[in-house]
Write a protein that binds this ligand. Structure first.
Ligand code: SAM
Length: 224
């Protein structure tokens, strides 16, 4: 019996992807277009197993209203929007018209564009402009890492009781445990991770999926 998580070698990674929900043609084409057009940024996209996990989580939790901070070319938003019921909503926040114009095309192709509202502009302003009332069932944080705490503080009051919050890159490619690394994005993630541990509004777990995916649940009972 092991008490630690397996080290994921490239072979094990291929194996776990092959034994998770398959990547369909829409997602595969989106990956291909992102790699071809934005090769320097392709690492920003979440991986296939993380997408499968997020779809399953959104489905299993019965999420109807989702917010995403950091959309890029749309992979994660597609995975989440596909889990929504026909009258569900996803608010997508980003600052890039160029990247999100790709996302829009794939939302159309996947038949989920009618559920998604894209707001372009600094996400902190977008979130602050929302009524401060519990309206979201699920939130996904994946934008600038130094902004995570600010996004978190705007999001938690707007989550319904029992709502789920996901935050990406919370292992920062292992750099969180390298004290010699003083990069501000890495420090932003360390500060965020520490803040969550001290936040008694949620219960959380840092999962070793992709580059670290924190899953938190806001206390309280969902009203359904
Ligand atoms: C890691 S990428 C998101 C990847 C996306 N979730 C996916 O699966 O493809 C980060 C995104 O955050 C956006 N971003 C960066 N700073 C932002 C800000 N202040 N407000 C809103 N979006 C921001 C970038 O434009 C970029 O598209």
């Amino acid at each position: 019996m092991t008490r630690t998580t397996e080290t994921i070698t490239p072979e094990l990674h291929s194996y776990l992807v092959a034994h998770s929900a398959p990547v369909d043609d829409v997602l595969a084409d989106l990956v291909e277009e992102t790699e071809r057009r934005f090769p320097d940024f392709r690492g920003m996209q979440i991986g296939p197993e993380q997408g499968a996990f997020m779809t399953l989580l959104a489905q299993a939790s019965g999420a109807r209203d989702i917010v995403e901070v950091g959309t890029f070319t749309g992979y994660s938003s597609l995975c989440l929007a596909r889990a929504l019921p026909a009258d569900g909503t996803l608010l997508a926040c980003d600052i890039s018209e160029e990247w999100t114009s790709v996302a829009r095309r794939y939302w159309e192709r996947a038949g989920v564009a009618d559920r998604i509202t894209l707001t372009l502009g600094p996400a902190l302003e977008t979130l602050r402009a929302l009524p401060e009332e519990p309206r979201f069932d699920l939130a996904f944080l994946d934008a600038d890492k130094t902004g995570y705490i600010g996004y978190w503080e705007e999001l938690v009051p707007r989550m319904r009781p029992g709502g789920l919050l996901l935050a990406d890159n919370t292992l920062s490619h292992g750099r969180v445990v390298d004290p010699s690394n003083t990069d501000e994005a890495v420090q932003g993630i360390r500060d965020f991770n520490d803040r969550l541990v001290a936040d008694d509004r949620v219960t959380q777990v840092l999962l070793p999926i992709g580059d670290g995916l924190t899953l938190a649940r806001k206390h309280g009972t969902a009203l359904t």
